[in-house]
Ligand binder design. Structure first.
Ligand SMILES: C[S@@+](CC[C@H](N)C(=O)[O-])C[C@H]1O[C@@H](n2cnc3c(N)ncnc32)[C@H](O)[C@@H]1O
Length: 266
């Protein structure tokens, strides 16, 4: 059952719903030249093993960007649906997925992850590299993302989510301003498009501690299986540490399933 189609999940065509859309418009496919995107295969190798993924499973990729994980899953025979607020990234992903190696198993649509309307449709959700979670400027956005993911999963469904490490941000992101009240780090940086042209951009990253992740996961009906300290292209099982930029949360949705289903069709 899907509560999509004219629902609040899909912003009106052309409507700006998120600050990242301008950044994505400038980046386009050049996003895939950034070093943090180079480890897709290793990341999917790890997640396939850790989440017991294989053909027959259906995966929701939240904040999928240009679709690198969705496409890699599809290449491995797994049906995957990527959602992203950026129409530009959805277009890039759709074009890349047209390649025969995906077997038509990778699909994409523009949706705001704060208003997901899927209900019990997916076996697994992934939300990687601040894919919607950790891209907020307002408190509450990440809770809305997690609530929508919980609703989208079948009871017992699995979640893999990465979040930026607050301790790492404070210690090493000395060019950014870290707001201790919200845990949001703000930096002004330069992003380059496909021709190499630079544009100035403001980036906001919501940062987390493992304890916050545990509390949020529990609040949305998940049992935490593991929180590991990781970095892009090197997902593993090591304990959380101050020295690695991300935490990888693996969790299982409780049998009762996720949250208020009526919220999906309001
Ligand atoms: C840093 S990129 C990560 C993309 C991809 N998951 C990856 O690993 O390469 C963050 C993505 O989240 C998307 N995003 C941010 N907020 C979102 C929201 N509220 N709903 C849907 N997508 C969102 C952005 O458009 C962007 O594509």
């Amino acid at each position: 059952m899907t509560g999509r189609g004219g629902s609040t999940g899909a912003p009106d065509k052309g409507e700006r719903a998120h600050w990242f859309e301008d950044v994505a418009d400038h980046l386009g496919a050049a996003y895939l030249r950034y070093s943090h995107t180079m480890g897709t295969r290793q990341e999917i190798d790890h997640l396939v093993a850790a989440l017991g993924l294989g053909p027959g499973k259906r995966v929701l990729d939240v904040g999928c960007g240009p679709g690198r994980h969705t496409i890699e899953l599809a290449r491995r025979g797994i049906e995957a649906h990527g959602v992203d607020i950026s129409q530009r990234f959805v277009d890039v992903a759709t074009e890349l997925a047209a390649d025969a190696s995906t077997g038509g198993r990778a699909t994409f649509e523009r949706l705001d992850a704060r208003h997901l309307t899927f209900v019990h449709e997916f076996d697994v959700a992934i939300c990687l590299c601040q894919g919607a979670f950790g891209m907020m400027r307002a408190n509450g956005d990440d809770d809305a993302v997690l609530a929508g993911i919980a609703r989208a999963l079948r009871p017992g469904g699995r979640l893999a989510l990465t979040a930026f490490n607050a301790y790492f941000a404070v210690r090493y992101h000395t060019d950014a301003q870290f707001d201790a009240g919200t845990g949001v780090s703000h930096e002004r940086t330069e992003v380059r498009d496909e021709s190499g042209a630079a544009a100035e951009a403001d980036l906001w990253t919501g940062c987390y501690t493992p304890r916050e992740l545990r509390l949020m996961a529990a609040a949305h009906g998940f049992t935490v299986d593991r929180i590991a300290g990781v970095e892009p292209g090197a997902y593993g099982e090591g304990p959380p540490t101050i020295e690695l930029p991300e935490f990888l949360l693996l969790a299982t949705l409780d049998a009762a399933g996720g949250g208020d289903v009526s919220a999906a069709v309001r």
